[in-house]
Design a protein around this ligand. Structure first.
Ligand code: 13P
Length: 299
């Protein structure tokens, strides 16, 4: 059953759990995620990247994900991730996304607030005041769709020293801004930068639990941890206790799917171009990863 993102996340937090969110570039992955969620009896979130949503086929994927969420046996939400373009947001919502991460984190503080408020006003004008808004405060290093080894300061392996892989300035969330930001944006969830990065971590991830704790006491809305790939399960289990109700995964899901495709493609070519059986390996990889994330976040 499709469920509002804030309802899904708040219900999980009340049980001491967080809800995993998985980037779906395709329907096979989404089917696997929902199957894993149904097997675990827990809800999940399907994320759509803005580059996906910016294409006509991406909008059709959102419509298909919405159908999948509607028919699921557990609560599922469909969210447009990291969006800044008002047209992409309007189109994604029309296609079926029921929540949006309005990502003004690369902007100056006041501009970030203005972006979120502007999107809220536009959604209301579109007759979609029901759309749940997540906002982001603090800059997360790394690329959302391609994984390079990045540290929290944005220094990436294989890139010029001191140069971020994204054009986004990396920086921890300033906890002193949290109350004002949440009040003025009206955000229903808050994504934070506490040493987490998108993509692969350069070295060991060093999450600033002290900063997270400081943020958690300043707002009642659920917090969101992006860049969960590479953060050990023993760390992720601590999230819900700090009001982190949503945890985003992408890279590790891709790593698993690409590895299994690399390993299995030749044999399946030889087996009469057996794409159907190859897709079962894709499903199994994504399903196993999603099941592990669901189990970790509800420990
Ligand atoms: P990772 O690719 O690091 O798992 O991050 C995913 C994410 O935060 C999507 O918004």
């Amino acid at each position: 059953m499709r469920t509002q993102l804030d309802t899904l996340v708040s219900a999980a937090l009340q049980q001491g759990s967080a809800v995993p969110a998985f980037t779906c570039y395709d329907f096979t992955t989404a089917l696997a995620v929902v199957a894993a969620a149904e097997e675990s009896g827990r809800g999940a979130i399907l994320l759509v990247a803005p580059k996906t949503a910016a294409t006509p086929n991406g909008l059709r994927l959102i419509a298909a994900l919405r159908g999948l969420a509607d028919a699921a046996g557990v609560p599922v939400a469909v969210q447009l991730d990291h969006a800044t373009d008002p047209q992409v947001i309007a189109d994604a919502v029309s296609a079926g996304a029921d929540s949006v991460l309005v990502d003004g984190s690369a902007l100056a503080y006041e501009d970030n607030i203005a972006l979120v408020r502007g999107v809220r006003a536009a959604l209301e004008a579109q007759g979609r005041a029901d759309v749940v808004i997540e906002a982001e405060l603090g800059g997360l290093a790394g690329d959302e769709d391609r994984a390079f080894g990045t540290d929290a300061a944005g220094d990436a392996a294989g890139h010029a020293a001191g140069k971020s892989v994204s054009d986004q300035p990396a920086g921890l969330t300033d906890s002193a801004q949290v109350e004002d930001f949440v009040a003025r944006t009206g955000a229903q969830l808050l994504a934070v930068a506490v040493g987490n990065v998108h993509g692969k971590y350069k070295g060991e991830p060093r999450l600033r639990w002290d900063v997270l704790q400081d943020i958690a006491v300043r707002t009642r809305i659920p917090l969101v941890l992006h860049g969960a790939s590479g953060i050990p399960a023993e760390e992720l289990v601590k999230a819900a206790a700090m009001n982190v109700g949503k945890v985003n995964f992408n890279t590790e899901l891709r790593t698993g799917v690409l590895a299994v495709l690399e390993e299995q493609t030749a044999a399946h070519r030889a087996d009469g171009e057996n794409l159907q059986a190859l897709l079962r390996h894709w499903d199994s990889s994504a399903r196993t990863f999603a099941a592990a994330a669901l189990a970790t976040l509800s420990r």
